[in-house]
Structures are given as C-alpha cells and as structure tokens.
Design a protein. Structure first.
Length: 82
C-alpha cells in the first residue's frame, strides 16, 4: 500500500477551506492518487518529477517515490496564484 504524507503548505490550505463539498472532492482525488499514482499530469522544466491533478478551481501537486511507495502531497493552490 502506498503511504501518503502531507506537506505543511497543503495542510494550511486544506484546513482553511470552508466548502465541505470541495473538501470531499479533494479527499476523493487523494484516494484516486493512492490507487494510481500516475493519474496526475506530469510537470516539465523546473517542476520535473512533480505531478498535478485538477480539482476546480485548484490544483493538487504531489510527488511519487515508487522505490519507497511514498507520495508527498505538496500543495493545493489556485491556478491564478501560481
């Protein structure tokens, strides 16, 4: 089973979301990542190795280390704030 760890930036944004429906969608997408870590779009250039998954209006960024069976959930950010 793939282990998931959450970075501080993600925790801050997630706990400040007021919309419970959005929180449920984020949790559902994290489960989707756990089942298939390659589901997100791979980033290029400076962000190589990072994958992103779209959860309107946010992006969920994560890194998958296949040798350790570990996924770091990096951040949940608004596309305009990138």
């Amino acid at each position: 089973m793939v282990e998931i760890e959450f970075m501080k930036e993600f925790k801050i944004v997630f706990y400040n979301i007021k919309d419970n429906l959005l929180k449920k969608r984020v949790i559902k997408q994290i489960e989707k990542i756990r089942n298939n870590p390659k589901v997100g779009k791979p980033m290029r250039n400076v962000r190589k190795g990072i994958r992103e998954l779209r959860i309107k209006p946010f992006r969920l960024s994560y890194i998958h280390f296949s040798d350790k069976d570990l996924i770091y959930i990096l951040d949940l950010y608004h596309k305009k704030g990138q």
